[in-house]
Design a protein around this ligand. Structure first.
Ligand code: FE
Length: 367
């Protein structure tokens, strides 16, 4: 019997993971004052049978409704899932450091650029699956990672302060007409970098940098908070317009809280760039780690994520659009948002431009 020690670092979810191991586990918790990280050392006298089918997932996607995905997969296949939740960069660092001994089978993230970073670090292996090739559209996969859901970066505006026709394109947000009206989260955030990356692919670096300059000149305040904070600030009249991921909006639309209803009533939503390259979409996706000890189970899980049932969880649970477009959506907020022309830039291209977008935004002063 060999004792197994896992050091789990997670700001997001400090509970012990890989808890599928049976036997006596002793847990010690230390909190670093410097980095505010919680370090959990979990020592287990492992008695799990080697034949137990398991899958080790490192998710940087933390939505409560995803529990249903994991539980349903285990129910369908008998494969037990061990999870190590964390932020993207922590998980990437961890897989890198674990090297050939990494127990990780799958990395899940909510951003194309992070998947591409993992790939460029050589952490992924090629995915060969006829099921995934048939189910997931070609622009939503690369040879080493696959997208399972999409989210649109939409424009939301205060109907009393801004006219719909003023905000029909991302470029419109840099128009001096919107001076002191724009609230938006940090230019370093992957959601904005991904938008910048798409813009670079369609319009070039110089134009993207100029756009960012115009946007910054229109700021109502320095970037702070997440997309939901911007939506609330727009509704409150603190600013006139923002850019937000669609699911934050859908979440507010489905909320029964009176204060959220008020926010939604104040907002207008525009699908940007319908007459040109389409509304920018980012993805949530996954890749299989090169050294995955449970490769077959990993393929099974990715194929499961493309199934009608799993795809419906993404839509109904977390207000994202399924990558498999034929899947029926029951989500009332997604239905109310309606249809739009999405950008169909291959997700790999998108990811590759993220570093250029960061430099352009830095030069433009979008902190
Ligand atoms: Fe998000």
């Amino acid at each position: 019997m060999i004792p197994v020690i896992f050091a789990v670092m997670s700001r997001v979810n400090p509970r012990p993971l890989f808890n599928g191991h049976q036997g006596n586990c002793h847990m010690a918790r230390l909190t670093s004052r410097v980095a505010a990280l919680t370090l959990i050392a979990l020592a287990c006298q492992g008695t799990a049978h080697a034949a137990d089918a398991v899958l080790n997932i490192y998710p940087a996607r933390h939505y409560q409704t995803d529990e249903a995905l994991y539980n349903d997969f285990t129910k369908q296949t008998g494969i037990k899932i061990n999870r190590l939740d964390g932020k993207e960069d922590e998980l990437l660092e961890r897989i890198k450091n674990e090297g050939a001994n990494s127990p990780a089978d799958i990395l899940i993230t909510v951003d194309a650029a992070r998947l591409e970073i993992a790939d460029s670090l050589g952490l992924f292996q090629p995915i060969q699956s006829k099921v995934l090739n048939a189910r997931i559209p070609a622009h939503l996969r690369t040879p080493t990672w696959v997208a399972f859901s999409t989210r649109a970066r939409v424009i939301a505006y205060n109907k009393n302060a801004v006219k719909a026709e003023w905000v029909q394109t991302y470029a419109d947000l840099a128009n001096p007409r919107l001076k002191d009206q724009v609230c938006v989260r940090s230019g370093s955030h992957p959601y904005n970098l991904s938008l910048g990356a798409a813009m670079i692919a369609h319009e070039g670096e110089a134009k993207t940098e100029n756009w960012a300059r115009g946007l910054v000149a229109n700021f109502a305040r320095a970037p702070k908070g997440g997309d939901t904070d911007q939506l609330k600030a727009v509704a409150a009249g603190e600013c006139g317009v923002t850019i937000s991921n669609s699911y934050y909006l859908a979440r507010l639309m489905r909320s029964t809280k009176p204060e959220d209803r008020k926010v939604v009533e104040s907002l207008g939503v525009a699908w940007p760039n319908q007459k040109s390259w389409g509304t920018h979409i980012n993805i949530s996706g996954a890749g299989i780690i090169k050294t995955a000890p449970n490769r077959d189970a990993a393929i099974k899980f990715l194929e499961y994520l493309s199934s009608d049932k799993a795809q419906a969880y993404f839509a109904d649970g977390n207000n994202e659009w399924p990558a498999v477009s034929a899947v029926k959506i029951d989500n009332p907020a997604l239905k109310a948002l309606g249809t739009f022309k999405p950008d169909t830039l291959p997700v790999g291209d998108l990811a590759r431009n993220a570093a250029k977008a960061q430099k352009a935004f830095d030069r433009a002063g979008w902190r």
